[in-house]
Design a protein around this ligand. Structure first.
Ligand code: ADP
Ligand code: MG
Ligand code: ZN
Length: 201
């Protein structure tokens, strides 16, 4: 848990992990505390993810905070105004030079809190989060609960069909899986991640 707050300087916090690990919940918690501290807060989310009400960032546990929708990092920089604390949810969906934009904002004294997937459904690094982790002062990596066995989970398993890197979905398309239960897509062919795959072999 983060219990340090920058004084008189900007910095970057990254909250990463697999799907359902509580990244958005943790972002909302930190932003609410900034509001309590009477700091001005602005939140951005990607236009790509329209699963929930468009003007809100919503967690899987239905925590909500108002947000502006953007498609590119440039829009973040244009809209950011004088806000002291800047939240960015699901950074992997924001196109453009997010790392450079966030670096400039922190250099200018802003506190930037970013969430995103550190790895994709193939368990490969999912930019820009890995680069942002290098740029950040504080990195928090969260785990979910494995949908199959209940162990701590750090992998996002795609259970729906499709091989596109970005494919928006919730529980019907993805599960959190632990190291033992995760099945890499190339080992399972078209039946990517189907439960019971290993049991039948
Ligand atoms: P993220 O942004 O990382 O996808 P959220 O913050 O939106 O995660 O949601 C986290 C919440 O999702 C948890 O507090 C819990 O209520 C719910 N949840 C549903 N499935 C799981 C799971 N497999 N592991 C952990 N939390 C889960
Ligand atoms: Mg989220
Ligand atoms: Zn498991």
């Amino acid at each position: 848990m983060l219990n340090v707050v920058p004084k008189g300087t900007g910095w970057i916090e990254v909250i990463c992990g697999c799907m359902f690990s509580g990244k958005t919940e943790e972002l909302i918690r930190r932003l609410r505390r900034a509001v309590i501290a009477q700091q001005s807060v602005i939140v951005f989310k990607s236009k790509i993810d329209e699963r929930y009400e468009s003007k809100l960032v919503v967690s899987h546990s239905e925590h909500k905070i108002e947000a502006l929708q953007v498609a590119t990092a440039r829009e973040v920089e244009e809209l950011v105004g004088d806000f002291q604390v800047i939240g960015i949810d699901e950074a992997q969906f924001i196109a453009g030079e997010l790392v450079n934009v966030v670096r400039r904002l922190a250099n200018r004294g802003r506190r930037v809190i970013i969430t995103g997937l550190d790895t994709d459904f193939r368990a490969e690094p999912f930019e820009p989060i890995p680069q942002l982790m290098c740029e950040a002062e504080v990195v928090t990596k969260l785990m979910a609960v494995c949908h199959r066995c209940g162990a701590p989970a750090h992998r996002t398993q795609r259970i729906g069909a499709g091989t596109d890197l970005v494919q928006i979905g919730g529980q019907e398309q993805y599960e959190a899986r632990c190291r033992s239960c995760y099945v890499p897509p190339d080992e399972s062919g078209e039946r990517t991640g189907q439960a019971g795959l290993f049991d039948s072999e």
